[in-house]
Design a protein around this ligand. Structure first.
Ligand code: 5AD
Ligand code: SF4
Length: 446
């Protein structure tokens, strides 16, 4: 037993959250302890993101601040993990000389051994060279979580022109369905009710493998088959997933998500732009009309469905007309939520070769306009829930107010309610909504 305490700070997407959780379990098994607070840790780990320049700068800034801490406590071990570690590698050790170890996404499972070497003082600064990711190595879970992330695939073969992910996370690799189902069974046996399936390009689940085996037809959706298999696991109450790509949302996929009872009616479908010209330059592989068609086919069959999306403003060459097309598309599709990003060039991507010609001030303005549109829409959209009963999966006590409880509706709306008989984490309850804010529904258990 080492007794050393670690703290992991996570940046970026849910894949990273999943990795950080698995790492924490792995480290605890190796004899380390979780430090609740950064100040109490002997080992500080930063699980980083590379997707935008800002994400990298945020992590580099934060890790830079650790220099002083390290000077005061030379025994402190500082590690940079994840996408930025994968992307920038040993260069980070030069930039941040107080960092002890750099371990990219595909070698994370080796962390206990690497830390053992560092803590034993056998090695100075360590950069672990990228290798071949071993899927399934990093699938440990904190027991008893109401909602659990399950990673089903890694990497991305889409090569959207702005995106660094294929270069960082590598080619698409899917886990076998039976392995995923076994993991889901295990989670359910320990009290998990909601399964959140993760993959950078999740609708491409299993495609590369099936293509290599020479038995892929355009009508196939191995991801739809996976959804069916997870839906069949007794004890799973809800299924969510992220992120689908419109290009692979074929009839089999739409059939599965609109008919499987456990798949929740809330989908995150990245749009990126509403202008066909920009979509083409981004290499997205669909037009706005095709995107809208997928949405309509789902909405026709699931009237209560909600959609969220990702949008980039200020892609190279984006004109006022292109932006207006994005704005109109967002209003027409009526997203319940959207993440809006200002384009930043990423070294090595195709778009990095294009002039980043939309001025920062214009990107900022377009960003603000979309945010305001969204706020206006969502401010009133929740009003439709007042007086209605909704099914809520209880997650736990509200962080803001421990006297109240919180959970989510199937459409992923946060719901707040007072304690009552049967209100405990992991229970499915019915709540009658009394009032709403743009972000939450408030009600009482019925
Ligand atoms: N600049 C701005 N936003 C980007 N995203 C990905 N790459 C970039 C980039 N170079 C956004 C996309 C993606 C989300 C995770 O980040 O919208 O869906
Ligand atoms: Fe960031 Fe992409 Fe890595 Fe997730 S996979 S942490 S979004 S770079």
């Amino acid at each position: 037993m080492t007794g050393l305490r670690f703290h992991i700070r996570t940046y970026g997407c849910q894949m990273n959250e999943r990795d950080s959780e698995a790492l924490a379990v792995l480290l605890r098994d190796a004899g380390y302890q979780s430090a609740g607070r950064e100040e109490d840790a002997d080992i500080l780990l930063f699980n980083t993101c590379s997707v935008r320049d800002q994400a990298e700068r945020k992590a580099v800034g934060k890790i830079g601040l650790m220099r002083r801490l390290k000077r005061a406590r030379p025994g402190l071990i500082i590690g940079v993990l994840g996408c930025m570690a994968q992307n920038r590698g040993a260069q980070l050790l030069d930039e941040l000389p107080h960092v002890d170890l750099v371990v990219g996404t595909d070698r994370l499972h080796l962390l206990p051994e690497i830390l053992a070497e560092v803590t034993a003082g056998r090695r100075g600064q360590i950069h672990i060279e990228p290798g071949t990711e071993i899927l399934g190595e990093l699938q440990r879970h904190e027991p008893g979580k109401v909602s659990a992330f399950v990673s089903v695939m890694r990497g991305c073969d889409q090569y959207c022109s702005y995106c660094i992910v294929p270069y960082v996370r590598g080619r698409e690799k899917s886990r076998p369905a039976d392995e995923i189902v076994a993991e889901v069974r295990e989670l359910v046996a320990h009290g998990t009710m909601e399964i959140f399936l993760l993959g950078q390009n999740i609708t491409a689940y299993g495609l590369a493998e099936r293509r290599r085996a020479g038995r892929l037809t355009p009508e196939d959706s191995p991801f739809a088959e996976l959804l069916r298999a997870v839906n069949d696991v007794a004890g799973v109450a809800r299924i969510r997933f992220t992120s689908p790509h419109p290009r692979y949302m074929n009839a089999a996929f739409i059939e599965a998500v609109t008919t499987l009872p456990k798949v929740c009616e809330a989908f995150h479908v990245p749009l990126q732009s509403g202008a066909d010209r920009v979509l083409r330059a981004m290499g997205r592989g669909y037009t706005l009309a095709e995107y809208a068609d997928r949405i309509r086919r789902i909405r026709d069959r699931l009237p209560e469905v909600t959609f969220s999306t990702d949008v980039i403003v200020g892609f190279p060459g984006e004109t006022d007309e292109d932006f207006a097309a994005t704005r109109n598309a967002m209003n027409d599709i009526a997203f319940d939520m959207a993440y809006i990003f200002k384009y930043s060039p990423r070294a090595g991507t195709r778009a990095a070769g294009l002039a980043d010609d939309v001025p920062q001030a214009v990107k900022e303005e377009r960003n603000q306009i979309l945010l305001q549109d969204l706020e206006r829409r969502t401010g009133t959209a929740n009003a439709r829930f007042v007086g209605r009963r909704v099914e809520v999966l209880v997650e736990g006590r509200s962080k803001r107010d421990a006297r109240r409880w919180t959970g989510r509706t199937r459409a992923a709306k946060v719901c707040i309610f007072p304690p009552a008989e049967g209100v405990e984490a992991g229970r499915l309850i019915e709540v009658r909504i009394e009032r709403v804010t743009p972000n939450s529904l408030f009600g009482v258990k019925v």
